[in-house]
Design a binder for this molecule. Structure first.
Ligand code: NDP
Ligand code: GDR
Length: 322
């Protein structure tokens, strides 16, 4: 039985990937940082919380990573842990650089120290593209990061590539475009919208305050995207891949889909709040997943409408239970 070690196992992608790997027959071990409250709601939602082994540790403490790797001897490491909210990265830039940037180097060093043959997946991001240089972004498109989060991810991207080229490590970058699900954190715009819609439909909220609704994103379903992470580590050679749907929509269009689903007009509820605008915006992202299709035989299955409907449904059930 192969062992996989996941950082960020309590996050959205960690939960879906853990479920995917358990179904493939892996022994799954997850790194869990110390928090005052143990919260495994995502793993519980997927009914896998008791099928995973947990190791205490923090991305800021490389000794905890090395100890965990030595103890569980994984064949594959999926590095998903991060301060992942772009908005917070202007409020906590130093923490973001340490966790989201330096954290990658800590993981690479822990692997190098433990067993350089361990394969490693780095959660890189479409935020690397930032101020867009090409209408559709591929592995060849130049980067122009636009937030402390994106700059931190740039450091992680290059460290991952550098360890591959310097030490022949199997370290790969998945350049993933936005992917969402009913397990998305409430601070991200899709979930903020689907949760808001569910509460408005239940008469528990009167309006939905948003920032820049003209921003465009290439949104996919997290459950589809975690398969690509695994496929990247099953290849003969380590490489970097864009994982995206190849479609882009505005935040406004996504809102309309969510409100339409419950028979409401979004124009009656959405309020633009200039305070929610970001200091620097990424106006449009549109990925080109051709290489992943060709080399990994990966294609996204879930369309945006289906995804948003799934999220509104899940939020309506939660609102009823609350
Ligand atoms: P989440 O924010 O849902 O999860 C982040 C995880 O990182 C949580 O488990 C969190 O634990 C953990 N974490 C945070 N700080 C530390 C720390 N100091 N030590 C150890 N663990 C820590 O993110 P997602 O699941 O959405 O994303 C997974 C990865 O993919 C992230 O690196 C993100 O930046 C990247 N990414 C995500 C995309 C998306 O659209 N979802 C697109 C492209 C890249 P806790 O909850 O206890 O804080
Ligand atoms: P993003 O996701 O920054 O793309 O990062 P987010 O959902 O936060 O923002 C998407 C776009 O929506 C606009 N927006 C708002 N965003 C939020 N959060 N709240 C609002 O009220 C709001 N109104 C408008 C934003 O300005 C932005 O343009 C996500 C994260 O998962 C990263 O970790 C990951 O790397 C990238 O996706 C790819």
């Amino acid at each position: 039985m192969k062992t996989a070690f996941l950082t960020g196992i309590t996050g959205q992608d960690g939960a879906y990937l853990a479920k995917f790997l358990l179904e493939k027959g892996y022994h799954v071990v997850g790194l869990v940082p110390r928090r005052s409250t143990v919260d495994r709601w995502r793993l519980e939602y997927l009914n896998i919380a008791d099928q995973v082994e947990y190791k205490d540790g923090d991305l800021l403490d490389v000794s905890s990573l090395t100890r965990a790797l030595k103890a569980c001897k994984p064949a594959e490491v999926y590095h998903l842990g991060a301060q992942s909210f772009v908005g917070s990265s202007w409020e906590q830039p130093i923490l973001t650089a340490q966790v989201t940037g330096m954290g990658v180097l800590h993981v690479l060093e822990a692997i190098r120290e433990t067993d350089p043959a361990i394969k490693m997946y780095q959660a890189s991001s479409s935020e690397l593209y930032g101020l867009i240089q090409e209408p559709q972004q591929s592995e060849q498109t130049p980067f122009y990061p636009r937030s402390p989060y994106a700059v931190s991810k740039l450091f992680g991207y290059w460290m991952t590539k550098n360890y591959r080229e310097s030490f022949q490590m199997f370290s790969t970058n998945g350049i993933l475009f936005n992917h969402e699900s009913p397990l998305r954190g409430l601070e991200f715009v899709t979930r903020k919208v689907t949760h808001g819609v569910a509460r408005i439909a239940a008469n528990k909220q009167k309006e939905l305050r948003l920032g820049n609704i003209q921003a465009k994103r290439d949104w996919g379903f997290a459950g589809d995207f975690v398969e690509a992470m695994w496929l990247m580590l099953q290849q003969d050679k380590p490489d970097d891949y864009v994982i995206a749907t190849g479609n882009t929509s505005t935040v406004e269009e996504m809102c309309k889909i969510a409100f339409d689903y419950v028979g409401l007009n979004y124009l009656d509820y959405v309020v633009i709040d200039p305070q929610l605008y970001r200091p620097a915006e990424v106006d449009i992202l549109l990925g080109n997943p051709e290489k992943a299709k060709r080399e990994l035989d990966w294609t996204p299955k879930t369309k945006l409408e289906e995804l948003i409907h799934m999220m509104v449904e899940a939020d309506m059930q939660r609102v009823v239970k609350a």
